[in-house]
Design a protein. Structure first.
Length: 299
């Protein structure tokens, strides 16, 4: 079996290309965007439309709800089950998205980190609301000095998850991070999409405008009761929450979303460039990528 991975920075055109490839190979798409999994966030995550999902079957789109606990480890297990040769008809499947950790989990495996109990998760959620992120970062540095030195102190999800592990197991988060690559029972062909930076930034800017026009503000308003959920601690939602709170104007919120989206795209490119297995295509057409895939399959 062959898994074709389609990835690249936000706004580069992964969804449309993946659908073209899936139609060509007569197969299905596995979503690798960690936010498109949540049913309540279609606009701000640029999830595939109803029409696109009618053209090609998509997995892991709108399958969870905002309050559901979900992790890269759980995603890895569910995708591997889906790809099990004994329960699948397609000899080729497409994994498409921009969540670096999710793609790594499927291609390389993720460390065997315990699933967090509900009581620990709720306790840390409450502490975040009461004490703030800065206090929890300091606690992480005390409980796990090694990870505390390298963690992104502004990444709420990573700080909280590391502390959840510390409190649940009594061990450091570092002790579970082995980084060993796991063998997979299928071939992997990795395709990276890119384009000129100026064009990418313009596409990102225009996509944000389309999201606003499609009703992003209304979508975020509907999620106000869930604003402390980690799924909403992401670009597009944080900025609109500030607008709703009266902290900034709508124009400023749009500007911040565009700026933060461009910053995220740069982060994605930095991450992907380290992967020597990735074949990069700039402004490529579907037929160029199909030719490359067919050559690889024939090797």
């Amino acid at each position: 079996m062959i898994l074709i991975v389609i990835t690249g920075p936000t706004g580069v055109g992964k969804t449309d290309l993946s659908i073209e490839l899936a139609e060509h190979y007569g197969t299905e798409i596995i979503n690798a965007d960690s936010r498109q999994i949540y049913a309540e966030m279609p606009i701000g995550t640029a999830a595939p439309t109803k029409e696109q999902m009618e053209r090609v079957k998509h997995h892991f789109v709108a399958t969870k709800h905002i309050g559901d606990y979900y992790s890269a480890s759980m995603y890895e297990q569910e995708v591997l089950k889906l790809l099990d040769a004994d329960s699948r008809e397609n000899e080729t499947m497409i994994l498409s998205g921009g969540s670096m950790l999710y793609i790594d989990a499927v291609c390389n495996g993720i460390d065997d980190i315990p699933t967090i109990r509900d009581d620990i998760r709720q306790m840390m959620k409450q502490r975040l609301a009461n004490e703030g992120l800065e206090a929890l970062v300091e606690e992480l540095r005390q409980l796990d000095p090694e990870y505390g030195k390298i963690v992104d102190e502004h990444n709420t999800r990573r700080v909280i998850h590391a502390l959840e592990i510390c409190h649940q197991t009594g061990s450091t988060y570092t002790s579970f991070r082995t980084g060993k690559k796991k063998q997979r029972p299928f071939r992997i062909i990795k395709i990276g999409l890119t384009c000129q930076r100026e064009l990418l930034y313009e596409r990102i800017n225009q996509r944000v405008v389309r999201m606003i026009e499609a009703g992003l503000v209304e979508e975020v308003r509907s999620l106000l009761p869930y604003r402390c959920e980690n799924a909403l601690n992401t670009v597009g939602y944080k900025e609109i929450f500030k607008y709703i709170d009266g902290e900034i104007s709508l124009d400023e919120a749009i500007r911040q979303i565009q700026s933060n989206s461009r910053q995220y795209a740069r982060k994605q490119l930095t991450w992907y460039k380290r992967d020597e297995e990735m074949k990069w295509f700039e402004n490529a057409k579907a037929e160029d990528i199909i030719e490359y895939i067919n050559n690889r399959i024939g090797q």
